[in-house]
Design a binder for this molecule. Structure first.
Ligand code: 13P
Ligand code: SF4
Length: 357
């Protein structure tokens, strides 16, 4: 049995075009002046209170949004913890600053709550790489494999899965299931899947998706940068290519990367993940230096240049607007929600159990 599969429906040129269009939307907005920023923040704060809403932001979104989440009793974290926080928080409206799968996960876990997003077109290349119909057909063709999907997938793909995992939990979950003698379908990120396969020795059929941001980090240039900064530790998100992961001093989720910067003694760090994370890294490790890992050659030929174009679609203006108008509510079909909640809840229960142990 081969572990490489063809994905006839996935057109990476389409993904690249969508990323370019998202970047165009994100970077063509008029710069927000300091005065406007203050006025937008005041409007958002007022609406959060008036609407019993809480702001949950991912580490990759604009620093102003992360700061606002912190200032208003909301939360900034990775995809796993965003889901957990939204699930446990009593607010009746969750405002998710991130990408669509994060809003959908919040809605799946909390069907009774209203979930809003600053821009519903904030996609994710991994989600786009994994169309539900083709994925379902592939799973149906391999009925004896446990289906494990990454959080970065649509609600319909989660509905076909046995487990949902995040980068912070994938290795622990697969290790647990390997002990029970299970073999796996993993989707969509081939780099993260390959990394888990190497670490755990699991029998895994890998879907061939990739993240447009992490896929662009380049090993050769990273090795050169590393030699220029011998004092720096290299921190890598496992959505990066294998050759980049091999150069890492630490490999882990976004939260893991932030903690590594705080805990390691190095004065500086070369970071292979979205540069939105630098806001939290500077908070967690003040006085240390953070350097972006090189992406797609040393010239200006990168597509994403270490910043997710869909995360960049979130800003103070569209956040204020959705709170004032109620636009951009996330909806998930009831039949899909009922199935998709199972693999997500399974992960939350698993991690809660682990934290207790
Ligand atoms: P985390 O689960 O580590 O937050 O990663 C989400 C993501 O989209 C990484 O690109
Ligand atoms: Fe998806 Fe990559 Fe953006 Fe994360 S950084 S949301 S994996 S496209």
């Amino acid at each position: 049995m081969t572990d490489q599969i063809k994905m006839p429906g996935v057109d990476n040129n389409n993904v690249r075009r969508a990323a370019a269009a998202a970047a165009n939307v994100a970077y063509s907005i008029e710069p927000i002046s300091a005065t406007e920023k203050e006025s937008l923040k005041a409007r958002i704060k007022k609406q959060l209170i008036a609407q019993d809403a809480v702001l949950v932001a991912h580490y990759y979104v604009d620093a102003d949004l992360q700061q606002l989440a912190e200032e208003t009793g909301g939360y900034v974290s990775d995809s796993l913890d965003m889901a957990r926080f939204g699930n446990e928080h009593p607010a009746s409206t969750l405002v998710v600053a991130g990408v669509r799968f994060m809003g959908e996960t919040a809605k799946i876990l909390n069907p009774e709550k209203r979930v809003l997003m600053p821009d519903l077109h904030a996609d994710c290349s991994l989600d786009m790489n994994c169309p539900a119909d083709e994925f379902t057909a592939f799973c149906d063709a391999h009925p004896d494999y446990t289906v494990v999907v990454y959080a970065n997938t649509s609600a319909a793909v989660k509905a076909r899965a046995d487990w949902m995992v995040t980068s912070g939990s994938a290795v622990d979950v697969i290790t647990h299931l390997v002990k029970k003698g299970e073999k796996f379908i993993w989707a969509p990120d081939r780099h993260l899947g390959g990394y888990i396969k190497d670490l755990t020795g699991a029998d895994i059929l890998l879907w061939q998706g990739s993240c447009i941001v992490h896929d662009e980090f380049r090993a050769q240039e990273l090795a050169r940068l590393k030699s220029e900064h011998p004092e720096a530790a290299v921190l890598v998100h496992p959505e990066s290519p294998e050759a980049v992961v091999k150069l890492a001093d630490y490999v882990g989720s976004t939260t893991g990367i932030i903690q590594a910067a705080a805990n390691m003694d190095n004065p500086s760090f070369i970071v292979a993940t979205d540069n939105g994370i630098f806001y939290k890294m500077r908070q967690a490790a003040p006085g240390k230096t953070f350097i972006e890992a090189p992406s797609a050659g040393s010239g200006a030929t990168c597509q994403s240049c270490a910043h997710c174009p869909w995360m960049a679609m979130n800003n103070l203006r569209n956040l204020a607007e959705v709170l004032e108008t109620g636009a951009n509510e996330v909806h998930v079909e009831a039949a899909i929600q009922a199935r998709a909640i199972k693999p997500i809840q399974r992960l939350l229960d698993f991690t809660a159990q682990q934290n207790k142990a």
